[in-house]
Design a protein around this ligand. Structure first.
Ligand SMILES: *Cc1c(COP(=O)(O)O)cnc(C)c1O
Length: 611
């Protein structure tokens, strides 16, 4: 049996019960039951399910572990966190997050004007706002407005020119001023595929020389009292804790040095984001080498030590982890539409009275395969098929023989896998599976829903929602419905995916893609004009689950309007062309126009295949 590594990546959020994936919370509903209810209400195609209880859990874990670490080390500085909006700005997530974070004073981080305006509208009163990224005068001005509205906001300066803008704007605006943070350029760098934000060559931050200059500029402008925070960010998905420790020591020393230079209100160190998520389904391919407790303890311990050594104040700690907070809240569920080799059943074999010798041999292999010879027969059958394909090219066997060979090799492989039982993890076996993989056509767009798989080869846990009490026997590659050959999650012998041998005509089969709540939605692109999938917020308690806030996938018309098409022009043009068609009569035209209207107002995911 295969549990798809659920103990490794799911953090107890999901469990397998009676062969189904269930949500390990409250009434513990099965994902498939939620999906069925949505589909009964007419929502077909891919579905993005959001679980606010999982967001609540991550927030509580972060504050809880830091509170514990502070207590353990008797740490006097405060702990604060902000959620970086760039990770997921969708209202179905953000509005719940803000509400769930209220009691913790959980704030927001913005990296652009649009995000800052969002934060200014939704942030909990008194909760911190931090602003990072490149800033023009207008963005800085907006930061002043936020402060004037009463927000507790810190503008983090990425370069001296931004500081000069702040000094200019401070002269022009009203009395309240935002707090100022300085992003420091550390010589320690992160590790992992996203580690371009830290380190001496990073895109962001002030060098030591620039820091000294910044202090003197602030002093001269009488703004030093507003300088309250230093900031660094090593990059996303920090896979190892060691570089973070080095960075903290460096930042801790910069903090005490700057305070010595007169920055008396400098009270906080902001460590940015980077807390990693465990995406792996395989024990020996884990994505991180530390736990949240370890992270919290290391941060508090190191900062405490530096303050002690330098006899200085223990700094307030800010973190901006987003992936860790957002990833687990969303699950994408997509229906399998087709197995490409579905038609390879024994009943489709049309053996001749006299077959080519290789076909007879294949048939013998199929009939006499047993556990002891299964691996060997599987090898032999693949060799045979290759020979038959060569013979076909040379004109020695016909299309019927070729079809029989395809069917027989598939039958042999399926039988072999079910016979091999638990011995099926040998490298030999896994490599062989590559040759005989089944292609599953899945009703979703990889570009829209898993863009980091396409762009960065980031893997996400994948598993079927049902059939988990049966052995999955097919090595699987997944094909999305875009017409792009990159829209594929291919079988890999390093992290092999096995799925069930399903007759899609007779039963449904849904795949869950987990941990897709961070970065995927807003990075998703409308390749082939497939829109963001239909989404729903699922609330669960001890009695039941409740589907709330359904937002249906965008219609074709809305998608085209987003691209700045004039949709009236499109409708007029379609109208005119139908009306002027000489191939149909008036009654038929009326019907055609009605059909076009329905297509334009529906989303473009596949429907009739998805029953
Ligand atoms: C992207 C970003 C974050 C969030 O990083 P995660 O890896 O999602 O935790 C935090 N701070 C800054 C400055 C960022 O650019």
């Amino acid at each position: 049996m295969n549990d798809y590594g659920i103990d490794i990546w799911s953090n107890d959020n999901f469990v397998i019960k009676n062969g189904k994936v269930c949500i390990n919370y409250g009434k513990k509903p099965a994902l498939i039951d939620i999906v069925k209810q949505l589909r009964n209400d007419g929502y077909k195609g891919p579905l993005l399910l959001r679980f606010p209880h999982l967001t609540a859990k991550q927030i509580a874990r972060i504050y809880g572990k830091f509170a514990k670490a502070k207590k353990e080390f008797d740490y006097k500085g405060s702990f604060n966190a902000v959620y970086p909006l760039k990770v997921n700005q969708y209202p179905g997530f953000v509005k719940n997050l803000v509400e769930l974070g209220k009691d913790y004073n959980y704030g927001l981080e913005a990296g652009s004007k649009a995000e800052l305006l969002l934060a200014m509208a939704y942030n909990n009163e008194h909760a911190p706002i931090t602003v990072n990224g490149f800033k023009d005068k207008e963005l800085i001005n907006l930061g002043f407005i936020a402060r004037e509205m009463g927000h507790n906001i810190t503008l983090t300066i990425e370069g001296l020119n931004e500081l000069e803008s702040i000094i200019d704007i401070a002269k022009e605006r009203f009395k309240p001023k935002p707090n100022i943070g300085l992003r420091v350029r550390l010589h320690s760098a992160g590790v992992g595929i996203w580690a371009k934000s830290g380190g001496i060559n990073s895109k962001f931050g002030l060098t030591s020389t620039e820091l000294i200059e910044a202090i003197s500029l602030l002093k001269k402008a009488n703004l030093l009292e507003y300088f309250t925070m230093i900031h660094f960010h090593l990059g996303s998905q920090i896979t190892e804790i060691h570089p973070l420790k080095k960075a903290l020591i460096e930042a801790g020393n910069i903090y005490t040095e700057l305070r010595k230079m007169g920055a008396k209100n400098l009270k906080a160190i902001n460590l940015g984001g980077g807390l990693a998520v465990e995406y792996s389904q395989f024990k020996d391919e884990k994505s991180r080498n530390y736990t949240l407790s370890e992270y919290a303890n290391d941060v508090v311990f190191i900062l405490k030590n530096i303050a002690e050594q330098k006899s200085d104040l223990e700094p307030d700690i800010f973190i901006e982890s987003g992936r860790f907070v957002a990833a687990n809240h969303a699950v994408l569920v997509a229906p399998v539409l087709e197995l490409f080799s579905q038609e390879y059943t024994e009943s489709k074999l049309v053996l001749k009275k006299k077959n080519p010798k290789l076909i007879d041999e294949l048939y013998d292999l199929f009939k006499s395969i047993k556990p002891a010879n299964a691996l060997e027969y599987m090898h032999d059958s693949i060799d045979h098929v290759e020979s038959i394909l060569t013979l076909f090219d040379l004109g020695y066997v016909d299309l019927q023989d070729r079809s029989n060979a395809e069917i027989l090799v598939h039958l042999i492989v399926k039988k072999a896998i079910s016979l091999l039982g638990d011995t099926q993890n040998s490298a030999d076996f896994l490599a062989l599976q590559n040759e005989v993989q089944e292609r599953y056509l899945v009703n979703f767009s990889l570009f829209q829903s898993l863009p980091d798989f396409w762009g960065l080869e980031q893997s996400f846990p994948i598993m079927p929602l049902t059939h988990l009490d049966k052995k999955p026997t097919r090595s699987a590659s997944l094909w999305d419905i875009t017409c792009d050959s990159d829209g594929e999650i291919s079988y890999s012998k390093h992290n092999p995916l096995f799925l069930h041998d399903i007759d899609i005509e007779k039963e449904n089969y849904f795949l869950g893609f987990f941990l897709v709540g961070a970065y995927q939605e807003v990075l998703g692109m409308r390749h082939n004009l497939f829109p963001h999938p239909t989404e729903a917020v699922i609330k669960i308690d001890d009695k039941d689950f409740e589907i709330t806030k359904i937002i249906e996938a965008q219609s074709v018309l809305d998608t085209l309007e987003d691209l700045d098409y004039d949709i009236h022009e499109i409708m007029d043009s379609l109208n005119e062309r139908v009306e002027s068609s000489k191939l149909v009569n008036d009654k038929q035209k009326k019907q055609i126009l009605g059909e076009l209207y329905l297509f334009l107002n529906d989303n473009g995911y596949l429907k009739s295949l998805d029953v």
